[in-house]
Design a protein around this ligand. Structure first.
Ligand SMILES: [Zn+2]
Length: 256
């Protein structure tokens, strides 16, 4: 019988879990039709029809169970937001009204691990197909933080934005923005970015990241900006520099 080595836990197993998702199935709710089919955006910006989300057989059953816990945590945090404190703000930028959300009370470790677990799964999925994703160095770096209670969250900052259209789904892909490499994926109305550059991280990525005090600033993007894959961190930078906004301001309650 052929043995398999799980790329995540390095265990020797007789078989892998059959159908592991990369982006969890609950994030596909708004992209599915009645037959659980969805339109996905490919890395080359083409569209593709996917059935029940991207799945593959690339990790052992134990690791699948661990990632399933992350998926459940992600679902509770991002969908049942009543327990969080969210302030809504609006500013004018480039002639548009832009919405921001300032989130507080986020269970930091759980959301961080949820985001990292998707990056890890995409790495293992692509590796199982002989394709490269993140470098070994970054894979090891993220694995070192994943599921640890290391409060140092500066190595791989996570930025979470909102997307006005919840029916967009983009599998994790790597892009370069403002000289920084970023893993980005879009699902269920959220645009997740994980900075994987070795260089010093930009001030904007550090300012707007998910922080271990449970706060995050989320800028809302519209379809046009997301569809073109142009919008990203520089927008935050511009906002901060040109308008002189103080981040703390977004955490203050609106006058009611
Ligand atoms: Zn495993």
């Amino acid at each position: 019988m052929k043995d398999f080595i799980c790329p995540h836990c390095k265990s020797k197993v007789s078989s892998f879990h059959q159908k592991s998702h990369i982006v969890p199935e609950w994030m596909h709710k708004h992209v599915y039709d009645n037959d659980h089919r969805a339109i996905g955006i490919k890395m080359n910006h083409d569209f593709e029809l996917i059935y029940k989300g991207h799945r593959g057989s690339f990790i052992c059953k134990e690791c699948e169970d661990v990632f399933a816990i992350d998926d459940r945590n992600g679902s509770i945090i991002l969908r049942k937001t009543e327990s969080l404190h969210i302030d809504y703000h609006e500013v004018i930028l480039d002639g548009y009204n832009r919405r921001f959300e300032a989130w507080r009370g986020i269970p930091y470790f759980k959301l961080r691990d949820f985001v990292f677990s998707i990056l890890l799964r995409q790495h293992y999925y692509l590796a199982s197909k002989g394709k490269r994703f993140t470098t070994e160095k970054h894979l090891n770096g993220i694995n070192k933080i994943y599921r640890s209670e290391n409060p140092d969250d500066l190595s791989y900052p996570i930025i979470i934005n909102k997307v006005s259209d919840r029916s967009i789904l983009a599998q994790p892909f790597i892009k370069k923005v403002d000289g920084q490499f970023i893993v980005e994926f879009i699902a269920d109305g959220f645009l997740f970015q994980i900075v994987t550059s070795s260089h010093k991280h930009s001030q904007s990525s550090l300012s707007y990241r998910l922080k271990n005090d449970g706060t995050a600033i989320m800028l809302e993007f519209d379809m046009m900006q997301v569809g073109s894959f142009r919008a990203s961190l520089p927008k935050f930078g511009e906002l901060n520099l040109q308008k002189g906004y103080k981040i703390e301001k977004w955490f203050t309650k609106k006058n009611s």
